[in-house]
Design a protein around this ligand. Structure first.
Ligand SMILES: Cc1cc2nc3c(=O)[nH]c(=O)nc-3n(C[C@H](O)[C@H](O)[C@H](O)COP(=O)(O)OP(=O)(O)OC[C@H]3O[C@@H](n4cnc5c(N)ncnc54)[C@H](O)[C@@H]3O)c2cc1C
Length: 406
């Protein structure tokens, strides 16, 4: 099948989580697209709080690169022209969507508030170009709904529906999975709201853990986006695989106290020190989930290999498909949604370039996503390495074992 240059107008987005909704909202204002958004959940109820990165709303290359961990990595991986183009594309985001992004980057906000606001925005615009389809699609359903030249975008999250179908090498039985994954660690993610403004740097993380030889509570602290006086604290506690297996996926502090008193002791010491310093109180209950922290990417994020097969008898030979959001790349340490949103912005911009040949769209998206992968891989490994060193700072021999110099 030759690569055609005309842009298909029907777009099927499977998965209406934050990234699918963002893509729909971006394409909606670009005109000329009829969008079908398929989602199995209703309504949006996920309670977890998430943090969006300010690079999403950067208006200069300098402010885009400001992150202290990966500033140099970004400059090493991306050309200046890539960065300038990315910043320029942010200026063309519709003002209603941009103002939501500006609000969300102020601090931690509930994931369902992001999903609901995007969903409401799409409906309130009244363009009638986005059709919602409720249902739990199988991969076969997704491949059957695309007509020739329709665009299919998989935004179904970390358990992607189409990751193993997007490329011929991975489609067959026993084919190699289209996934590279590293398990960084098993963790407890402990979250609470605190009634005072509380700022935490590396000294704070160290001294508040002074008596915690194990189960150090390592927080990410930021104000919440809706109330600047309230701090949102998400602490990560490293656990073993056996401990992970012995826990339910979600539980409260009473369960933790009865079953893992060592973790409770460490967390209580940390929280007591915060209270002693700032005189505040925890608002509501602690939320505790246990999750493996995985860093992964799909080796192919487009169907370009199906397209390259002349007359292949497969829907993706004539209909371009893309992976976006957690379907394509997953990263722990509060980075994934920002990465997913940035990829959505890039993909929407590519789809909107009507005159760009499809081959070039495929290549540019693959290239962009590979650079994003390099960036997030380096960043995540650096964070993990720093965390590992931090956990053994007072044990010289354990620390030395983690250092490999040359
Ligand atoms: C405890 C926790 C804390 C986190 N904190 C942060 C944070 O602070 N910052 C951050 O950036 N990220 C954070 N993340 C990660 C973040 O939640 C994900 O990166 C983000 O939700 C991914 O968005 P997505 O739209 O790609 O996928 P998802 O959010 O997984 O959405 C996928 C959507 O597709 C739908 N779907 C799936 N399969 C089908 C199907 N077959 N048919 C129809 N619909 C389907 C699902 O119902 C869902 O709505 C956190 C994750 C966890 C678990």
């Amino acid at each position: 099948m030759p690569f055609e240059s005309s842009t298909p107008r029907q777009v099927h987005i499977v998965g209406g989580g934050p990234v699918g909704l963002m893509l729909a909202a971006l394409l909606q204002t670009m005109g000329d697209y009829s969008i079908r958004l398929y989602e199995k959940r209703s309504p949006y109820t996920r309670t977890r709080m998430v943090k969006l990165d300010t690079y999403l709303v950067a208006d200069t290359v300098e402010s885009y690169c400001i992150d202290y961990i990966d500033e140099e990595n970004v400059e090493a991986v991306f050309d200046r022209a890539d960065l300038e183009e990315g910043v320029a594309s942010r200026q063309s985001i519709a003002p209603d969507l941009r103002s939501l992004l500006l609000e969300w980057t102020l601090g931690f906000c509930p994931l369902n508030a992001i999903e609901q606001a995007l969903s409401d925005l799409i409906d309130q615009r009244g363009t009638h170009s986005v059709e919602r389809v409720a249902g739990d699609l199988t991969a076969q359903d997704a491949l059957a709904i695309v007509g020739p030249d329709d665009i299919l975008i998989d935004c179904t999250g970390s358990r992607s529906l189409l990751r193993d179908h997007i490329s011929p090498a991975f489609g067959g039985v026993g084919g190699e999975a289209n996934l590279f994954k590293v398990r960084l660690e098993y963790t407890l993610v402990i979250t609470f709201l605190y009634s005072q403004t509380y700022v935490c740097d590396e000294y704070c993380k160290y001294y508040k853990n002074a008596e915690n030889d194990s189960y150090k509570f390592i927080p990410a602290v930021h104000r919440t986006f809706y109330d600047q006086g309230v701090s949102h604290v998400t602490g990560i506690v490293n656990i073993t695989e056996a401990e992970y297996q012995a826990m339910p996926s979600r539980f409260d502090s009473a369960w933790l106290r009865s079953n893992f008193p060592g973790v409770t002791l460490s967390m209580d010491r940390f929280i007591d020190r915060i209270k002693h310093e700032t005189g505040g109180e925890i608002l509501g209950e602690l939320e505790i989930v246990r999750i493996p922290l995985d860093l992964y990417h799909a080796r192919n994020v487009t169907s370009r290999k199906w397209h390259a097969l002349d007359s292949a008898d497969h829907p993706l030979a004539s209909s371009p498909a893309f992976l976006a959001g957690d379907s394509a790349i997953g990263s722990p340490y509060f980075q994934s949604i920002s990465l997913g949103f940035e990829c959505a912005m890039f993909l929407a911009g590519l789809i909107g370039q009507q005159d760009l040949p499809l081959r070039e769209k495929f290549d540019r998206y693959e290239n962009f996503m590979y650079k994003q992968w390099l960036r997030v891989y380096m960043r995540s490994k650096m964070i993990k390495h720093n965390k590992d060193l931090f956990e053994t700072l007072d044990d010289t021999f354990a620390l030395l074992e983690k250092l490999h110099i040359y």
